[in-house]
Ligand binder design. Structure first.
Ligand SMILES: *Cc1c(COP(=O)(O)O)cnc(C)c1O
Length: 406
């Protein structure tokens, strides 16, 4: 499997190349050159798999046995999920009225980013071990990414991690998660400013190609293909759990509402859909609504400022994974994508061409939701008819600090 840049001006790379690159040298993001198409037989087979095995099958499709033999890959993935608190790793809770919630929060830091980072960190260490190399991961965070990235590589011998967190802008728990890991390879700094301001020096560091090369720096946010890849699995998992049977023609559609920040999860859903999974995607944003405006009106433009909300992981100005979606929806047209993104970088405002916008409304078919997360969550959580609080049988209640009794 080869990976090409969405902007079409960089040499293609294999999975290992994409994993270690972050941005492609032309400023684009790596995408698979060709998406495998899944037939009904494959989907039926996958529908019986556990979540980790589903991740394993997906990774095998996109990595290839010449890079990681299947047995090794299987061990890496299962090792990655070994610290999850739920035996299924990911669990679908059924609410009233046919609504379901996919519980993606059973990882060590409670962020859904644990799911993709724990696997990505395993893949990273596999290649580093094989090549006798060392990298330093540099992460800027508004909260979730920092904790999950630290958790995924803490104690790893070929990886150091440096995390910059915006002082006073993360939750107390997140700050503690980041600042109380006593491992030689973890360094955390609190910096003045919000997470967007913090991204600027980090971006500048990564633009200094010689510096990055000299110090073997890399990023672990969702520009990284590996994270998007692993995140596809929960779209498949949710689909299989929601449909009663795969014996009907055509396969029944399932609507997936995706809370969206940098659009990594949304991009993963779009790719899964292109591979033949019959899902409809609905984007959910808070008042930081660039994706909503893009999907509804083709208006991909920055708003003046970020408005802080309780859902800080969704308080994002520049949803960089939209570039992957533009590329997919323009039928892998790197010229169109490059023109769009370069104009966006120059003027911070683009109007999508008509044809591309109509594709958006076909793929992201539901209305996008633009609401206050805090208003709907407590109601849903408090309703005793919903079983969200329940953990799987046999588990005691969830505790904030999972290891405190050990
Ligand atoms: C990271 C995160 C998001 C945003 O996800 P993207 O893939 O960047 O769109 C939304 N909600 C929570 C809780 C998150 O941790």
């Amino acid at each position: 499997m080869w990976y090409v840049s969405t902007r079409g001006m960089a040499p293609r790379v294999d999975f290992e190349g994409a994993l270690f690159s972050g941005y492609a040298p032309d400023g684009g993001l790596f995408m698979p050159e060709k998406l495998p198409q899944l037939d009904r037989e494959t989907l039926c087979r996958w529908s019986a798999l556990s979540y980790p095995s589903l991740v394993m099958e997906l990774c095998a499709l996109f990595i290839g046995p010449e890079l990681i033999p299947r047995d090794d890959l299987n061990d890496l993935i299962h090792q990655g999920f070994s610290r999850f608190r739920h035996r299924e790793v990911v669990h679908l809770s059924r609410l009233r009225n046919g609504l379901n919630v996919l519980e993606l929060w059973h990882g060590a830091t409670y962020a859904f980013k644990d799911l993709s980072l724990c696997c990505t960190a395993q893949l990273l260490q596999y290649f580093l071990e094989k090549r006798k190399k060392h990298v330093t991961v540099v992460v800027g965070t508004s909260g979730d990414t920092g904790s999950a990235a630290i958790e995924s590589v803490q104690g790893a011998k070929n990886v150091d991690i440096i995390v910059l967190l915006p002082k006073g802008h993360c939750t107390k728990i997140q700050e503690l998660q980041m600042t109380t890991v006593w491992k030689e390879n973890v360094r955390v700094f609190a910096v003045e400013g919000n997470s967007d301001e913090l991204d600027k020096p980090i971006k500048a560091v990564f633009e200094d190609v010689a510096f990055v090369k000299k110090h073997n720096l890399m990023s672990l946010n969702s520009i990284n293909w590996s994270r998007v890849l692993v995140q596809m699995a929960h779209h498949f998992f949710a689909y299989f759990q929601c449909v009663p049977s795969l014996d009907v023609h055509p396969l029944p559609p399932v609507e997936v509402v995706v809370p969206t920040g940098a659009a990594g999860n949304l991009a993963a859903g779009c790719i899964a859909q292109r591979m033949g999974l019959p899902i409809r995607l609905v984007t959910a944003v808070n008042c930081n609504d660039i994706i909503h405006r893009t999907v509804q009106h083709g208006d991909f433009s920055l708003s003046e400022t970020i408005k802080p909300t309780l859902a800080s992981a969704m308080d994002i100005q520049v949803p960089y994974n939209m570039e992957r979606i533009f590329w997919l929806l323009s039928d892998c047209n790197s010229q169109v994508t490059r023109a769009l993104m370069e104009q966006f970088e120059r003027t911070q405002s683009v109007h999508l061409p008509k044809e591309l916008q109509s594709k958006h409304s076909q793929v992201l078919s539901g209305p996008s939701l633009c609401s206050q997360v805090p208003r709907s969550c407590p109601d849903c959580w408090a309703d005793p008819r919903n079983s969200l609080r329940d953990l799987s049988p046999g588990e005691k209640g969830d505790t904030l600090y999972p290891n405190e009794e050990e």
